[in-house]
Design a protein around this ligand. Sequence first.
Ligand code: PFF
Length: 451
Amino acid sequence: MLKQNKSERAVFATKFAAIATTVGSAVGLGNIWRFPYEAGIHGGGAFLICYMVFVFLIGVPVLYSEFFVGRSARANIFGAYKKLAPGGQWQLAGYIGILASLLILSFYSVVAGWTVEYCISSALGQLDFSDTETGHGQFLNLTTGWRPVIWTVVFLFCNFFILIRGVTKGIEKASNILMPILFLLLVAFCINSFTLPGFKDGVSFLFSPDFSAITPGVLLGAMGQAFFSLSLGLGCMMTYASYFNKKTKLGRTAVTTAVLDSLVAVLAGVIIFPAVFSFGISPEAGPTLVFEVLPYIFSQLPGGAIWSTLFFLLLFLASLTSTVSMSEIGITFFCEEKKMSRSKSTILVSLIGLVGGLLCALSFGVMSDVTIFGMTFFNLFDYLSSNICLPVGGMICSIFVGWMIDKKFVKDQFNRSMNDASLGVRILLLFFRWICPAAIFLIFLNSIGII
Ligand code: PFF
């Protein structure tokens, strides 16, 4: 029977801190940059529906399973699997998680670097988006060549600075202050969307699904987006749950995280698509979509440069809480499994992120012709991590909790938040054992054309 480990590991002091931190990790560029562009490419409403189904039917149970493993073992992803199933090979999932976290850190830092660049350019009044041509030209100017390399380095340095200050102080303090500010700003921009001429078209693009648009690519993309957005499948939430205290309610924390996270994604959609239709930009623009669209919104507003600076500052801060969380995966691994000091582990993870980040940053410039499987480093890192590593990692965790953990122990943990848990536990186990693994597996088969 498993027992709660009474090690000296840090513990989040309050319930709010636990939720703020998981939401802080979940909400980031994934919601505000990646969701709109993925939805734009994959048909808007059809993608939104699939995404929501994946978030709540697969994402929430997998999130619960990660919380469960993390808090029970109070260790990083490797240590957790080793502790809960000694002698098994489950910790191999840890390698997938670490690989995914480093791949994501690499391309994520590049996009976060763009936000720093846009923030500073807006503050200096240097962004001119008076027409679509100038806007696009400016975007290319800011994101190709060597400039993004510099901003990627600047961003990674900020990330390093927060990490080196330690878990409870750095992450908790930052998330508690930043998340509510982020939310309020999004709501304000959303309200502004109502005034745009393309509001109706934008909203109907996002909310009226054309079911015939659901293809294997849409399903795989939506599943990848759900995992990416919830920071699932790579041990990030597992690592955070290792800092939860005994009283934290896992189910409630998982549902709250999923609701807030998808709410932010939908808000971002309501901000972006009306503007896309108002300013005649293609919703299928891809990764550049948000960076091409947003400045138009700001250019229409009184005091546009101030709004623009604020918004990109917000994006930068949201990215930071996310990269802090994904860096934790590697850092705790090197600290706890390889017995390195926290500062050395932090330096190592930051350096790996830097090398990967440079490859991704140059994918938009001098290395745009270098492709593997037809993808630039940027696209490859994104595809491999979001669409493959994360769902595989999530599937392993779900199977692990469903089949390897003593049912009584799962019930015990569940009972802490429910009075009569027997039906709840049975349903949960059904998801861990069958529904989540089967759904993920079928989507993989479907995407390679087997079914
Ligand atoms: N969930 C984050 C976002 O939506 O921006 C991205 C992310 C953070 C993915 C942390 C993975 C991770 F471990």
